[in-house]
Each structure stands twice: as C-alpha cells, then as structure tokens.
Ligand binder design. Structure first.
Ligand SMILES: C[S@@+](CC[C@H](N)C(=O)[O-])C[C@H]1O[C@@H](n2cnc3c(N)ncnc32)[C@H](O)[C@@H]1O
Length: 894
C-alpha cells in the first residue's frame, strides 16, 4: 500500500533537489563554516518546501479522482483534489490539474485566433493548403475525403508523411463551399485548417532530362509539373501541432515558421547565456531521470521488496541517484568538427547549402545558409559557401525532398586537428585536415556528365580553399552515392574518393599530400584515424572530458577486463587501455572497426581487441568466451604485444597476392597503413555494394589456414582469393598484413601469451562457440569486469541489456548516453528486481503507442531472474552548446 502511494510522488516538483557541485564541495572542505551553511541551507530548504505545500496534486488522488485520501492523510504535502490545490510561487498551476489544462486551452485558442488571418476568398487565391491531415494519407486519400464531403476542386495533392495537403480550386464558389464544409469537419479526429497557398514563381521552368547530354550547359534544377505540391507555399499564419506556419508571399517550398531561421532550428538555445543553457539542460535531465525511479517502482514485482535506491529516492527529490551537475564544454562556439549541410532551395528558390528550416514532416524543405549558427566552425561555413557557389552553375539538379529526385543531396565537412596543446581559443588554427563528403544520388545520371561535374567541383573546392586567407586545409574529397529518401545514409553506402591534382594540392596546403580518405584527430594525446563513415564525437575537447569521467567512474586497474560496447573508432577503450588488463571493443560499423585496429597500432597499444558485429549478435558469445572459463593463472597479453609489432616495425606482405609495402626507417606504420587504406578504399564502391562484410584484419591475425575454425566458418587462408598478409614477425622483423575479408571478421584469441594459435571467426554476425580445451585453459580470469557502453540514440538493444544484466561477473557498468530517454529505458531493465518465475515474453503488442519506458517495463517481466544493478551516480557533460542536447554518464553497480 505504501508503495502504491509513493508511486509517482512529486511528479512535478524538483525544487527540493540540490545537485551537488563538486567544485563547491571541494572549496568547502576544511571550512569551519560548513556546518553553519548546512544549517542555513536546511532552513532555506524548509522555507522552499513550505512555499510548495499543496501546489502539486497527490498521485493517489490522480489515480482515484473520485475521492479518497492517501495514507499520509492531512499531513500529505500534495493536494487531495482541485479544491485543495494552491498556485505555485511563480503563479502557475500544477500542469496536470484541470485548472492548468483549461488555462492552456484558452491561451492556445486565443493565440490561434490571433495568429490565423482569414483565408482569402478571391479569384487570385484559388490555391489552398489544408493543414492537420493524417500523415498516412496520400493524394488519393485526400481526394476520396474531399469527394466524400462533396467538395469540388481542380487538383489535390498530398505527400505521405506530411500533415499538409494542397488543393487547387476552379472558382471562388468552390473555395467558399470548401472552407465552409471543412470548418465543420475533421479528418482522423483532427480539425483541418485552411490556409492560402502561393504558387512558386519559377514553376514554368522546364525540367531537364539529367540522364542525357542534352542537359549540358543548362541550369537544370528539376522543377516538377504544375500539379506538384512543391509548387505551393502557404501565405497564412496558422498553428498546427503547436507549430507556427508563416505568412509569406515569396517563393516557398512547403511551410516555414514565422520567425525561424537556421540558427533557431539548429541552435535553439543560442540566445541564452551559456550558464543558463547548462541550467536548462540540467533541469530537463532531472525530470527525465525521475522516470527511472517511477518506472522501476512500478515494474518491481509485488513479491520482491523495493530496492534500497528506490526507497531512498525520496530524499533526493525522486531521483534514482544524484545528478552531480553538468560539465561545461571547453569550447562554446564553432566547436563542431563535423557539419552535415543539407542541399536544397532557399525560401527564394536559390540553390543553397545549409540547414533545413524545419521538419520535412511539417512540410518544410527550405534550406538556409549556416550563417549565425554558433556551433558551426568558420572553416565549415566557408566550405559550405564555396560549394553553394559551385551549385549555382551545376547542370545537375539539387535534391528535391518532396518527389525524391535530384542529384546533389548533402555536403559534409569533417575536420581533423594537429597534435599539441589543445587550446580552446583559435580552434581554426588547430585544424590541419579537412575531409569533404559530397552525398549524391547517382541513379540514372549520364556518366560522362557526372564525371565532368565532379571534376569541376573538385577544382572549385580546391581553388576556393586555396584562395581563402589563410588557405583552408583540404585533405580529401569523397563522393557518397545514396538513393534512400532521407539523407541519413547507411554506413555501407558506396564511397568514391576523388583525387586532388598535384597543382591543387600544392596551392591549398603546405602539408605533404595524403591520398587517403581519412583524417586524424587527437584525444588524450592519442592519434585517431577517422574514415568517412566512422563515428567520432563532434566536440573533441568536450569528448575528452566525457571519456575521462567515464574512465574515473569505471574504477579500472590492471586486473580489469573492459568491454567497450559500441566502440566506434576505439576512442574510449584506447584512451583507457593503459589503466586495464585488456579491452574488448564491439562495433558494427566495419570502417570504424578498421579505424580502431589502426588506432591501436599507430598508438602502440597492444591490449585491445576490436570485434565487428552488432552488439546484440556478438555480446552473449563474447561474454561466454571471456568470462565463462575456469579460473586460471596467467596473463592474456594483447595481441600486438604477442608478436612484437609496433609502430616502428617493418611491415611487409608475405603472400604475394596482396599489397606489397615495406617500410624503411623514414616510413611510419601509420604511413604504411595509409597506403593500405588507400588500397582498401580503392576497392570501393564496386566491391561493397553487395552488402557483404569486408574488414581490415588486425595485422597480428594469422590467416595461414592453420587456425582452429569452427564448422561453418570461412577459411581465410592465403588461397581464399582475397588479399591477405600474415604478420608473424619477431620483435625486429614484424610482418604486417592487410586482409580484406568477405562475409566475416576475425577475432584473434591467443592460447598462450606468446603466440596466437586459436582464431575464432565471426561469420554472418555470429561468433562460433569457443573451443573447449585450448581456449578455456588459456583464458585468464580478470578480477574486475567492467562494461562501458556508448550506444546510439536508440540505446542498447534489449538482447545486449539482457546479456549484461544476466552475466553475474559484470559488476560495474558505465553508461554514456546522448539520449536520456533511451538511457532511462535501458536502466529500467538493468535495475528493476526480477522474480524466479519470469513471464514468458509475450511480444510487445501495441508497442507503437507505448513509451520507451513502458516497453522496458514490459520487458522486465520476462527478464531471467538476476541481480539487478543500482544507479549510483550520474553526471551530464555538455558536448553540444547552444542546442538542447548533452551527453550523460551514469554509473551502475551491483
Ligand atoms: C555514440 S557512437 C559511440 C562511438 C564511440 N564510443 C565514440 O565515442 O567515438 C555509437 C556507436 O555505436 C555503433 N553502433 C550502433 N548500433 C550498434 C550495434 N547494434 N552494435 C554495435 N555497435 C553499434 C555506431 O556505429 C557508433 O559507432
């Protein structure tokens, strides 16, 4: 009973919570006044508590609005009904109360009335736009709807996924009666709003067949026919789904908000002082974190006592653990090392490289230049402008998001820094490498035409970079061919590096020319090689803080086996490698895994192993391989250590059918790998379009055919038709190998600390079972097993959560998250107690309507009985100043 009553307690107030600030704690240490200050704070807290008395509805009342009182009775600080409810100190009401809801409703409709000018009914405005249509509707559904309402019209267009449709009428009478009918009708339960639409002024321009030579020399932006929805824009101001739609009479693609600029869309907090931004982020994180406590409490089976952390959460305002503040970014402006610019048309119809002014779902496709977006670096801005100039004269069309046609889609600028002092000022001066990725859709484009355009583009970009003062660095230009609807291309999209000519190289950079599609950056004094599609945190200096915090909390020592889950280019594992016995990194992006292996090598790190595969496919087997073995005394040394390879060693191929490259004293391993990489990249895009896995094998891996493969694994010996070099060298004569594998990645398991003898293969995303005997007897049991996970926005797959939760040897887990919602969902599954009678998984019927937390609660029911983790501490790290996002680190232990 007590538990039910506690559920959801204090859902809306966080004023009681005082996040501890590590700096102030330190300053106070040893201060005799600390006690006094504590007393004063307590009193202050008491005052604040009084001010909040009865300003929130009691959750018990909310669940049983017909009446009743919670067990606290009159002593309850929450209001038992609307009558008892008091306004808050800032004169607002509990947002869940009827009063607040009524107020909100009347304010919204007043705003709507004020903002919605009357729709014109005259012969010059026969084109209207209907707002608030079900997104799943197509043009046919819209037509059927209009027909069913007996509305006469000339054209009706609607794109699936958008809530806006465009209707053209023949005369004023048709418009009048349509408005009348529509004002009284709703579609899918929603009121439809009618607004004026304006035809694009350049609609008459003929589109050009881009697949033929006829188009040469013309500006060929593909303008759709007169009945295409992109020919319309709104000219009324309306509010739909809380989104303001602008009054605009110029040429517009879709709808744009009244005041929105790229700056407002991309950096919505830019007008706040930085300290306020941090406070803003902290308070929204506090609210989200409380969901963990509420949901774990709800999901805790009745037969199991509530964990201590839930019981004590009331003392910290309902939080699962303390949020120990937010670390600020060392750099606040121009911090992004990667900017993905959309290519499209501006409000005025000009080809533009920048940011979209809103969401495509809302019908907004207009692009604005990235000026005034404080997170974008000067170099990226310059490149965007050079590319935009080039597009003005390109004979190939820019991408049209409404009908998914066109050629030029996206322009990405990635920057790399030189080593040295990580100064937070004059960031530009530290940028010494730039990779430009031009995303296009090659479908149906004449090859000759395309080649010419690429060659012209390369020239414009290199000359533009060289003519800047100071000249902009330019390392590589890569073309990415992507046909999908959204610009988010899968990692295996074909890539085509464009080579820069010698003249251009010299004119734009004094640095020696590097013909490889990669750039470099430095974290914690380690050099990281980054390939085009590999993830790398966009704010390098803040990322350094993030990783070091995660490392501190992971409490590592030489007896630790560290799993770096979703390891990307190996940043976390490699920066922490010197603190641990061994790192096992897991990552699904092949290029990133190759980068990670290369990064281990160029930094001389020998105790890391990187596995390519989806964590959900490989985690269980890896845990088995590394942890489910009898205790054994010995040391599993890192694979590089075992064969003595390091960055100064010579590397040569030994099989004759692969690459041949041999170092001399002036060539570093990195240079050699750079050559290897050039070869690897040069097989693209043809060899990668088959969707098969193709990975650079760690140089120490021995693919001589004498490996202990499990059945079903492909033998990647010398005669497999692919490049393969073995690296079996001694300390002074190490041999390197670039093996391009098809369909599988190899993980080298050493059976002794002297020589690799056992190779476990992963094929089709599954690792073979470990060999009994050899692997077992050789495996060293690390005393501490820690996982650091750093998943993408969706969080960890439930299978990974289950593997981590049910493996008793993982005692500590550090979760790095860029999305607190998915962190909370994963944490519910990690931390909620289970029973010895888990329900059978019933699937997730109705999951579309469930929140991520609701889904997690559902999944906990079928979690095998296992010791739950408990949230111990949390801290935010601001990697994204001026935006609402930030990273969060949370420590779980058991
Ligand atoms: C947020 S990034 C973190 C990368 C790395 N830890 C870092 O800080 O640079 C997430 C990484 O997870 C990888 N990833 C996404 N889904 C995955 C999965 N199911 N299994 C393994 N890796 C995955 C992505 O390719 C990406 O490199």
């Amino acid at each position: 009973m007590e538990r039910e009553m506690n559920a959801d307690a204090s859902p809306t107030s966080n004023e009681e919570f005082q996040p501890s600030d590590p700096r102030s704690v330190e300053e106070e240490a040893g201060d005799g006044a600390a006690e006094k200050r504590k007393r004063e704070e307590e009193e202050e807290k008491g005052e604040r508590r009084k001010a909040l008395w009865k300003t929130s509805l009691c959750s018990y009342y909310r669940q049983q609005p017909a009446g009743g009182r919670c067990s606290h009775g009159d002593a309850c600080r929450y209001a038992h009904g609307e009558a008892e409810l008091r306004p808050r100190p800032d004169n607002t009401w509990d947002p869940t109360s009827q009063r607040a809801k009524k107020l909100l409703k009347s304010e919204t409709s007043a705003a709507e009335e004020e903002d919605s000018p009357p729709v014109s009914v005259d012969a010059t405005s026969l084109d209207k736009c209907l707002i608030g249509l079900p997104r799943k509707w197509t043009s046919d559904s819209l037509k059927s709807f209009l027909d069913a309402q007996d509305i006469l019209y000339k054209t009706a267009k609607k794109k699936k996924g958008m809530s806006v449709g465009f209707v053209g009428f023949e005369n004023i009478e048709q418009v009048k009666s349509a408005i009348e009918v529509l004002n009284e009708n709703s579609a899918g339960g929603k009121q439809i709003k009618v607004a004026d639409a304006v035809r694009r002024c350049h609609e008459k321009k003929p589109s050009v067949d881009i697949s033929s030579d006829q188009s040469k020399g013309q500006n060929t932006e593909s303008h759709p026919g007169s009945d295409d929805p992109t020919l319309f824009s709104t000219s009324s101001t309306l509010i739909e789904d809380g989104y303001a739609v602008e009054k605009d009479t110029s040429v517009v693609e879709g709808l744009v908000s009244k005041t929105k600029h790229a700056r407002d869309v991309v950096t919505p907090l830019a007008n706040m002082p930085y300290n306020d931004q941090l406070e803003h982020k902290k308070s929204s994180l506090l609210q989200i974190l409380k969901r963990l406590t509420r949901n774990a409490r709800k999901a805790c089976p009745d037969v199991v006592p509530l964990p201590e952390w839930i019981n004590t959460s009331r003392e910290i305002g309902g939080l699962p653990c303390k949020l120990e503040g937010i670390l600020e970014s060392p750099v606040i402006n121009g911090y992004r090392n990667k900017c993905e610019f959309s290519v499209g048309c501006s409000l005025q119809g000009k080809r533009t490289v920048g940011f979209m002014l809103g969401n495509f779902r809302e019908g907004i496709t207009a692009v604005e230049e990235p000026v005034n977006c404080p997170n974008v670096s000067r170099i990226s801005c310059k490149y965007a402008s050079i590319f935009q100039d080039f597009l003005q004269s390109s004979v190939l069309p820019v991408w049209n998001r409404i009908n998914n046609t066109g050629f030029w889609r996206q322009f990405t600028v990635r920057e790399g820094r030189s080593p040295g002092q990580a100064a937070t000022e004059n960031l530009d001066n530290q940028i010494t490498e730039v990779m430009l990725i031009v995303q296009v859709c090659l479908s149906g484009v004449d090859e000759e035409l395309m080649k010419n355009e690429f060659s012209r583009m390369t020239q414009v970009l290199t000359q533009g970079a060289a003519s800047c003062s100071p000249p902009l660095p330019l390392t590589t230009i890569v073309v990415q061919d992507h046909k999908g609807i959204s610009n988010a291309a899968p990692a295996d999209c074909p890539l085509l590096p464009l080579l820069l000519s010698n003249v251009e190289k010299q004119s734009c950079s004094e640095k020696p020319y590097v013909s490889e599609a990669r750039i470099h950056d430095y974290i914690s004094n380690l050099r990281f090689s980054i390939s085009p599609t590999a993830f790398f945190q966009v704010n390098t200096l803040a990322a350094e803080r993030l990783y070091s915090l995660a490392g501190d909390w992971a409490d590592l020592n030489s007896d630790t086996l560290l799993f770096d889950i979703c390891c990307g280019t190996g940043t976390i594992g490699l920066t922490l490698a010197h603190h641990v016995g061994m790192v096992v990194g897991i990552e699904m992006n092949e290029s990133a895994v190759s980068d990670a292996q290369r990064n281990a090598m160029i930094n001389g790190i020998k105790n890391c192993r990187f596995v390519c595969g989806k964590a959900e496919d490989v985690m269980g087997t890896l845990l088995k391989q590394y942890l489910d073995v009898p205790q054994h005394h010995g040391i599993v040394s890192g694979f590089l250590e075992s064969n003595g390879t390091d960055q100064d060693d010579n590397i040569t191929n030994d099989n004759g059918d692969g690459l041949t490259f041999q170092s001399d004293t002036s060539t570093s391993a990195d240079d050699l790998l750079a050559n290897a990489s050039a070869k690897e990249i040069s097989v693209l895009p043809e060899e990668r379009t088959d969707g098969k896995l193709e990975t650079l094998v760690a140089p120490e891996q021995n693919f001589d055919g004498n490996t202990n493969h499990e059945e079903g694994c492909i033998d990647h010996g010398k005669d497999n038709g692919h490049e393969s070099l073995a690296n079996e060298g001694s300390n002074n004569d190490a041999k390197g190998s670039l093996g391009i594998l098809k369909n599988c990645t190899a993980v080298c398991e050493e059976t002794t600390h002297e020589k690799p003898e056992c190779i476990e293969m992963i094929q089709n995303n599954c690792i073979s079972e470990p060999k009994k005997g050899a692997a077992e007897s050789s495996m060293f049991q690390f005393k501490n097993v820690v996982a650091i996970v750093d998943p993408p926005r969706v969080g960890l797959h439930p299978i990974v959560i289950k593997s981590l939760r049910t493996h008793p040897r993982i005692r500590r887990l550090v979760y790095i998250s860029c999305n607190p919602e998915s962190l909370v969902a994963n944490a519910i599954e990690l931390c909620t107690p289970t029973t010895d009678k888990p329900e059978k998984g019933k699937g997730n019927r109705g999951w579309r309507k469930m929140s991520s937390a609701g889904l997690a609660r559902n999944r906990v029911k079928s979690m095998p009985n296992s010791e739950p983790f408990r949230p111990v501490r949390a801290m935010a790290v601001d990697l994204f100043p001026h935006t609402p996002h930030c990273e969060m680190v949370m420590l779980f232990e058991r």
